[in-house]
Design a protein around this ligand. Structure first.
Ligand SMILES: N[C@@H](CCC(=O)N[C@@H](CS)C(=O)NCC(=O)O)C(=O)O
Length: 208
């Protein structure tokens, strides 16, 4: 059985959602990524970490999402088989891993991006992060205009991947998703999804 190590509301929420969508039994373990005990499992001290129960432990969100989609083809979360569809799935998955997620790092951990320690310098780093997050949402918003899903015409693991990050943006950008209406509409559809709701309730992010 798959066992997901997660932190509430972190990027691991996307894997939690995909596990819900798959419909198979799974376990979750709530961790504090920095804990030395958790680092025995994943030395990087990062969630998500997936123990597949077969002796194969997998880290890195995009790899885990892709693995779950590939091992459950019937769930249809891995896109169409043709090379262009697969390339687009990887393209948008890479966008979240490499562009959107890192744009938040200065907001979450400003001290990692400056040697200064005074509040004004740390605020400056946070603001630089906000500028970067907005730029990435501009791109996503343009892409989502007239689309229901990020890739193709049915949901994929990339839609799940978007949920935690767009949730952070809604909470951390002044004005929330007000400047990104297509992103907002997509996110609202996701938040209304039964599997997304179950994962969020399980993580204590929303009430029943
Ligand atoms: N490249 C990794 C990044 C994972 C990551 O940064 N996870 C965050 C939570 S969203 C975390 O565990 N942070 C703790 C840390 O980096 O110390 C992935 O995509 O899985």
């Amino acid at each position: 059985m798959n066992k997901l190590y997660y932190a509430p509301g972190a990027c691991s929420l996307s894997v939690h959602i995909v596990l819900e969508w798959l419909g198979d039994a799974y376990e979750t373990v709530r961790v504090n990524p920095g804990d030395s005990e958790f680092k025995q499992i994943n030395p990087a001290g990062q969630v998500p970490t997936l123990d597949t129960g077969t002796g194969f432990l997998l880290t890195q969100c995009a790899a885990i999402l892709g693995y779950l989609a590939q091992t459950h083809p019937g769930a249809g979360l891995g896109g169409e088989a043709d090379p262009v569809a697969q390339a687009l799935l990887h393209r948008w998955s890479a966008f979240f891993t490499g562009d959107v997620h890192p744009a938040f790092f200065p907001l979450f951990m400003p001290q990692r991006y400056t040697t200064a320690e005074d509040p004004a310098s740390l605020d400056g780093v946070r603001e630089a992060g906000r500028v970067l997050v907005r730029k990435k949402l501009d791109l996503l918003d343009e892409h989502l205009q007239g689309r229901e899903h990020i890739v193709g015409d049915r949901r994929s693991y990339v839609d799940a991947y978007s949920v935690p990050m767009i949730r952070w943006a809604a909470a951390m950008l002044p004005g929330g998703l007000g400047d990104h209406p297509a992103v907002r509409r997509h996110h609202e559809r996701m938040l209304a999804d039964a599997g997304v709701r179950r994962a969020m309730i399980d993580e204590g992010l929303i009430e029943t």
